[in-house]
Design a protein around this ligand. Structure first.
Ligand code: NAI
Ligand code: SF4
Length: 425
């Protein structure tokens, strides 16, 4: 489809890690505009009107989140969540590696708008090169007067610290991330209080995803009205803007594709080259491993937060995982349950025990030793694991098994009682 990229403009054509190239493409103009001609509150209002929804998975409106910061004189922090770990998701990686200045510009504007004292980028351990790219970009921006003390002579100052995580999935959960940043065990905190009120070092903290913050310079530069017009589904004004879709699995050209919000699932898959010749679509997880499957009847669903939810799943991180008719979904279930079992932090019994049980059940089913009782148990585990724990990892772990049971029970049933058939008593 015809679409002028916004967040990935120039990537693959010019070297946007070079600050001069970034400036030549209009970079840092939004920062100049924000700091020299806008009031902080006006920027918050602009982002609210643009209806910038958080791109980390939950889709919470960024401007509304910013509005939760209490005005009580405590220091305020901004933490950019670059711990991208949701299986199937790698859009932040592209934005960090190929366009770091866009993120830095977004951070400084967000910090100015919210009277932030200090910013952090919490980046996943595996993105070692990404951390190096960011640190170099911050130093290049400092030399040009965009970062540090008295930015552009406006009196506003901001430091950005890059902090590498240690590759635990749970540290992408915002409160676990804060604990990790403070040097504690990366375990989620009970919410409320939300980080906006009690966050880093007990102070008000904004946590936004890399892609969310990367949108901010474009909204400031072009205005909220321009932003809200970026959609392929104008009938839904609640979701808009450019969106990076990470397409993986059974497509011909897996990768990151920037498309307008509301583009159909069919168009996303076609943009990634479609299925391999002779293959049929079986199912799609539209927003990463934590999201229920959609089926071929959903190909014309617009990929925006509301439409995907109405179809029975979640847009999540827009990590579109495609399964064709050659995929054994029981294998996928075993793979995901093993992942969540490994990544559970262990604080909550339903998650610690449940993820482990699920993994064992799927390993047994796969080995041919499953029983009818296992199917009932998978259904029961949803009641026990979802909505009963400190964070949503537990909910996420049981999502795919339940989706499989609901949509493709025959895939499970063909493994049931197999051992008995082969070796009758
Ligand atoms: P959430 O819906 O609880 O919160 C979303 C955001 O809004 C948070 O920043 C939260 O602090 C804020 N918020 C919500 N209500 C608030 C209130 N009343 N006052 C102040 N702030 C409030 O979702 P959560 O647990 O933060 O994220 C779950 C999502 O993360 C899932 O949808 C999943 O798709 C995604 N995810 C993303 C990963 C990635 O690699 N990007 C990895 C794993 C999950
Ligand atoms: Fe830890 Fe799981 Fe509880 Fe989340 S739900 S806090 S990962 S034990």
């Amino acid at each position: 489809m015809q679409f002028e990229p916004v967040l990935t403009k120039g990537i693959g054509k010019v070297d946007l890690t070079n600050i001069d190239v970034y400036e030549a493409q209009g970079g840092y103009q939004a920062l100049r505009k924000a700091l020299t001609s806008m009031e902080p509150q006006a920027i918050v209002e602009e982002v609210k009107k643009a209806n910038l929804r958080g791109r980390g998975g939950a889709g919470f409106p960024a401007g509304v989140k910013w509005g939760f910061l209490p005005n009580d004189g405590r220091p305020r922090y901004l933490t950019v969540n670059a711990d991208e770990s949701e299986p199937g998701t790698c859009n932040n990686r592209t934005l960090i590696y190929a366009n770091p200045h866009q993120l830095i510009e977004g951070i400084i504007i967000t910090a100015f708008a919210n009277r932030i004292t200090q910013s952090f980028i919490y980046i996943r351990g595996e993105f070692k090169r990404g951390a190096e790219i960011l640190m170099k970009a911050i130093e290049d921006a400092r030399k040009k007067g965009y970062v540090g003390q008295n930015i552009l002579g406006t009196g506003f100052s901001q430091e950005i610290t890059v902090h590498r995580g240690a590759s635990a999935y749970i540290c992408g959960e915002e409160s676990a991330l804060l604990n990790s940043l403070e040097g504690r065990r990366g375990e989620p905190r009970v919410k409320p209080p939300f980080p906006a009120v009690v966050g880093l070092y007990g102070c008000p903290t904004i946590i936004n995803n890399v892609e969310t913050i990367s949108n901010v310079p474009h909204i400031v530069k072009n205005g909220w009205e321009w932003y809200t017009k970026i959609t392929a589904n104008p009938s839904n004004p609640k979701s808009c803007g450019p969106k990076l879709f990470t397409v993986s699995g059974c497509v011909q050209r897996p990768g990151n594709y920037e498309l307008p919000m509301g583009v159909t699932l069919r168009e996303v898959i076609e943009t990634a080259g479609g299925l391999r010749p002779g293959r049929k679509l079986k199912a799609v997880q539209p927003g990463g491993s934590s999201t229920p499957m959609l089926t071929p009847e959903h190909l014309d669903v617009p990929m925006d937060f509301e439409s995907v939810a109405a179809a029975g799943s979640l847009l999540g991180t827009a990590a579109v995982i495609v399964y064709d008719d050659t995929v054994d979904l029981v294998d996928v279930a075993l793979y995901w349950t093993r992942f969540y079992s490994h990544e559970s932090c262990g604080q909550c019994t339903p998650c610690r025990e449940g993820t482990h049980w699920l993994e064992r059940v799927f390993a047994r089913i796969k080995a041919g030793g499953g029983t009818e009782g296992d199917l009932k148990m998978i259904a029961d585990m949803q009641t026990q694991m979802a909505g009963t724990t400190i964070c949503v990892l537990s909910d996420a772990a049981v999502t795919f098994p339940v989706s499989l049971l609901k949509l493709f029970p025959e895939e499970l049933e063909r493994y049931i009682n197999r051992v008995k058939e082969v070796r009758p008593a």
